[in-house]
Design a protein around this ligand. Structure first.
Ligand code: NDP
Length: 287
């Protein structure tokens, strides 16, 4: 039976570190500020942003919430981002995704000051990630890392799970999760394969994974017999179904064969919020 990679437990340590660093900053009258830009009234996005605001309040970070109507123009959102770029109280910001279909996310993300890119999604930060040689260089560079991949790596490192030399298979190639996670695992000396919807023999590919990451957004897609016995299984997926929140992994079956597994909820999602706050504190300290 697999051991649980417990997002609540591991994030508690991240938050303790955040509070300690915020107390240090407070000695110089500095309080990190995180702006959250929420466009429209998508219920799931409201829940996610609400969690981020609550965690800021609990951990010594100023939350600057900016709700915008779904009818706003693309230029209107960019204008708001530019205002936040100029606001000295804002050390980090996040534009909650997905944006309404009328707004192209790329120019919006591109308009965020890379020094305030708490979500680590600006092309400059993602590009730098590809240029840095290893994990040590990445962590010393001060660039913000995409929060979900950063959270996944934090979980593996926390439990001292071996990454070096292991074959990591990531199912999903998004800019948000799959691609930046591949960079991080590569920097930690894994051999990385990224699979996607056009991959032939996905099941066979999954069976070769020592570390299997499911980030495709299809509830309970990864079955027990797709997993090599003893593999580490990370479930990034979050789907809202009639039976509640579901990950991309058939937890019941996979936990019989894996050595470690993340639950949904209670796994990667909790870590994502914690890493957003950590990025905000790091950006405050660095710039
Ligand atoms: P995207 O829709 O942007 O990307 C999904 C990826 O999965 C694509 O690369 C797609 O392939 C691939 N894919 C989809 N279906 C299949 C399939 N049947 N077989 C193989 N590959 C497939 O999603 P995101 O990366 O944004 O999110 C993925 C999941 O993670 C979602 O459930 C999302 O809610 C969740 N998520 C969770 C977070 C957390 O904090 N826990 C944070 C961010 C996301 P192709 O490119 O070929 O289309």
């Amino acid at each position: 039976m697999a051991q649980i990679l417990d997002g609540k437990k591991i994030s508690a340590e991240v938050y303790a570190d955040i509070r300690r660093r915020c107390s240090e900053l407070a000695k110089n009258n500095i309080k990190p500020g995180l702006a959250t830009v929420l466009v429209g009234d998508d219920p799931a996005s409201q829940v996610y942003v609400g969690q981020k605001i609550k965690k800021c309040q609990e951990n010594g970070i100023e939350s600057i919430h900016c709700p915008l109507p779904a009818t706003i123009s693309q230029e209107g959102v960019i204008q708001k981002v530019k205002e936040l770029n100029e606001n000295p109280k804002v050390n980090g910001m996040i534009v909650q995704l997905p944006l309404p279909k009328t707004i192209d996310p790329e120019p919006v993300i591109n308009s965020i000051d890379p020094k305030k890119d708490a979500d680590g999604l600006h092309p400059l930060n993602q590009g730098l990630l590809g240029r840095l040689k290893n994990w040590k260089e990445i962590t010393q560079s001060g660039i913000p890392l995409s929060c979900t991949p950063y959270g996944v790596v934090q979980m593996l490192l926390h439990e001292k799970i071996q990454i070096q030399g292991k074959h990591a298979v990531i199912v999903g190639r998004s800019t948000l999760v799959g691609k930046p996670l591949a960079q991080l695992l590569l920097s930690l000396d894994a051999t990385v394969t990224i699979a996607h919807s056009k991959t032939t023999d996905l099941i066979g590919m999954c069976r070769t994974a020592d570390i299997l990451v499911a980030a495709l957004g299809q509830p309970e897609f990864i079955k027990g017999d797709w997993v090599k016995p003893g593999a580490v299984v990370i479930d990034v997926g979050i789907s809202r179904t009639k039976e509640g929140l579901k990950g991309d992994v058939d937890f019941k079956a996979v936990s019989q064969v894996a050595s470690w597994i993340t639950p949904v909820p209670g796994g990667v999602g909790i870590m994502t919020v914690a890493m957003l706050l950590r990025n905000t504190v790091s950006l405050t300290e660095y710039h």
